[in-house]
Write a protein that binds this ligand. Structure first.
Ligand SMILES: [Zn+2]
Length: 319
């Protein structure tokens, strides 16, 4: 069911339930919210992929998480899981995917001021704006087309646009020029600055391809090559988050990476448990939740949905 409709529906059921009650009732009080970027700018390489989180909205969401949970950093999260074989209580773990430059320029100062730790998952080939991820190319091309008088002809062709040179020529698009001018990604210096300020870096694959479309061998190569490149910035980096989804990634992947430096991994199926204890499902914060829904109401609906899934034996992801 559509995320938004489910949340709106469940919100009708939650006015008399407090989040504290829902946490106790479900036996779960840990959440791992994740973002990509935070910006008040109209970022053309992202605006057609998901709603871009505005600075003020981000701060309000942090207010919510700090009021109802305590922040936990990667090291303490891993230590807790290793000791207890379970997720910690009343904690939130914050992370950001894809390595966009606003992470260092906008997010880092906000988190430092509040004393919130976080992990940033990076695709090494895009560091220093050497290339643009294919979904970002699609967003940029689509945005150019919407400006043109050919908009009607292309409007249903969002996903095949990126590599078609005739389309790029026709609309005068140069990814190189956009990368140079806009600088969507963090530079090496910015990554170093995150590490020097106590934040963690993690790998997020090389090319940001959906893992269900790769062979096991390719999945492992994408993962370990990106980890190795991230370790140039943080030598002891030991984490990875899946690009898009861990859907259809089976246990043989997790068995294979046990021999590597990876100690903890992340995906984004929402508030769910996982059959692998050091593999954590995160909750995506960037979606159109409608104007009326506060983070408090949203989270109550998310917790109630978790309870319902648990009753139906659907609250756990198996690999
Ligand atoms: Zn990503």
């Amino acid at each position: 069911m559509n995320h938004l409709i489910l949340n709106r529906g469940l919100t009708l059921l939650t006015p008399f339930l407090s989040l504290d009650f829902l946490k106790k009732w479900t036996g779960r009080s840990f959440i791992a919210p994740f973002y990509h970027t935070v910006s008040d700018d109209d970022l053309r390489h992202l605006k057609h992929l998901y709603p871009i989180k505005k600075v003020d909205a981000f701060k309000k969401e942090l207010d919510f998480f700090q009021k109802h949970f305590e922040p936990i950093g990667l090291f303490d999260l891993l230590k807790y899981i290793e000791q207890h074989n379970a997720l910690p209580e009343n904690k939130f773990f914050l992370s950001f995917d894809d390595g966009f430059r606003e992470c260092e320029e906008i997010v880092m100062p906000i988190l430092l001021k509040r004393g919130i730790p976080a992990c940033f998952f990076i695709n090494p080939p895009f560091i220093d704006n050497k290339d643009l991820m294919y979904r970002c190319k699609q967003s940029l091309v689509f945005d150019k087309i919407l400006e043109s008088d050919e908009k009607a002809r292309f409007k249903n062709h969002f996903s095949y646009l990126d590599s078609d040179e005739t389309v790029l020529d026709r609309f005068g698009i140069s990814f190189e020029a956009y990368l140079k001018k806009q600088k969507p990604y963090m530079s090496s210096v910015q990554l170093q600055n995150l590490v020097e300020n106590g934040f963690d870096l993690g790998a997020h694959s090389q090319q940001h391809l959906p893992y269900y479309a790769l062979s096991l061998k390719e999945q492992i190569a994408e993962t370990l090559e990106s980890l190795k490149a991230v370790q140039q910035f943080q030598p002891k980096a030991y984490t990875f988050s899946f690009p898009f989804t861990d859907d259809k990634v089976d246990n043989s992947f997790f068995e294979a990476i046990k021999k590597s430096d990876l100690k903890i991994t992340f995906a984004c199926a929402g508030l769910k448990d996982d059959s692998i204890v050091n593999h954590i499902q995160r909750y995506a914060m960037e979606f159109d939740k409608g104007k009326y829904l506060s983070t408090y109401d949203e989270m109550k609906a998310v917790w109630l949905a978790y309870k319902m899934k648990k009753l139906l034996n659907k609250s756990k992801v198996y690999h």
